[in-house]
Design a protein around this ligand. Structure first.
Ligand SMILES: [Zn+2]
Length: 182
């Protein structure tokens, strides 16, 4: 076996095996990762075509470890590690999606709440977690009908109505308040 040079040793020591993803990530891995992604033009979701885990999350093999694909997508987009205690959640409810625009950070608590809100019992205004009135949601859906669901609309409307953009996204894409007709 060849002896390692000092530089090689230094580089190796920088790879802290306890960290999930070590930045900066070598170009070859970034290319390999994006090579596994196909865009769904209808939803804008970046569909990960590699392996999936039992929960439907994409799995990317990196330095002998299995990394969740959407977490890697977030790290690459933001060029930073995922802050401790936070998880990367999907606005689009599509665990295989790696579109950074569809991902947001939340505490695990938020995530559970979000999942509950998206559950079968969550039904518009009657859901105690609802921050908007039926009238406001009708307004929002009216805007979407008039202008079309363009990129960035959820973010704009979320600011106006002072709710999280992930919630706005679920309204605009008719995951919530499905019973309302405009
Ligand atoms: Zn998506």
């Amino acid at each position: 076996m060849m002896m390692m040079t000092l530089n090689q040793k230094k580089r190796l020591s920088k790879i802290n095996m306890n960290k999930e993803i070590n930045l900066p990530l070598a170009e070859e891995h970034i290319e390999r990762f994006y090579g596994k992604i196909k865009i769904n033009k209808l939803t804008g979701c970046y569909i990960y075509l590699g392996c999936k885990d039992k929960d439907g999350y994409g799995i990317f093999r990196l330095y002998g470890k299995n990394i969740k694909a959407h977490r890697l997508a977030w790290v690459l987009e933001n060029n930073q590690e995922i802050p401790k205690g936070l998880c990367v959640c999907h606005e689009c409810d599509n665990p295989i999606c790696c579109n950074p625009d569809h991902l947001f950070l939340a505490t695990t608590q938020d995530n559970t709440k979000d999942r509950d809100n998206k559950g079968r019992n969550a039904y518009g205004e009657r859901n105690s977690g609802a921050k908007l009135t039926e009238q406001q949601v009708l307004e929002i859906l009216g805007v979407v009908k008039k202008n079309g669901n363009y990129r960035g609309l959820a973010v704009e409307l979320a600011k106006i109505y002072k709710i999280h953009r992930s919630q706005m996204w679920t309204i605009i894409n008719r995951h919530k308040w499905k019973h309302l007709v405009v």
